[in-house]
Design a protein around this ligand. Structure first.
Ligand SMILES: [Zn+2]
Length: 116
């Protein structure tokens, strides 16, 4: 399948296209051009992401939270605001996974609660 953007590359199936909805990152399946890197999300997957976003209550709600990072001891700290903490039921003892998903974007996933 040829890329409709550059007309040179081939579109390869990928499963790591990151779409941002209301400040949250969703990973979707689709195709990516081998030459220009243009990404095309499968329509089915895109619809599913929108449904998930609606179910999470982020679609159309002002959930893009702006916070400043601060320094603390050995690193940079991001404070999770109280309303977000409550809506996610976070206790502050959970393990989280950080992934760099763009030059200026980080995906933070709550993995599980630490046992100790
Ligand atoms: Zn292309």
């Amino acid at each position: 399948m040829k890329c409709p953007v550059c007309g040179k590359g081939e579109l390869h199936p990928v499963d790591d296209i990151v779409s941002e909805i209301e400040g949250l990152a969703f990973v979707e399946r689709g195709r990516r051009c081998s030459i220009c890197g243009e990404e095309f999300v499968d329509e089915g997957d895109s619809n599913r992401t929108i449904k998930v976003a609606r179910r999470l209550g982020v679609w159309g709600s002002p959930l893009k939270l702006k916070r400043k990072l601060s320094h603390s001891g050995r690193g940079i700290v991001l404070r999770i605001p109280e309303d977000l903490r409550q809506s996610m039921g976070l206790k502050g003892t959970e393990a989280v996974a950080l992934s760099k998903v763009g030059s200026r974007k980080i995906l933070l996933e709550v993995e599980s609660e630490e046992s100790s």
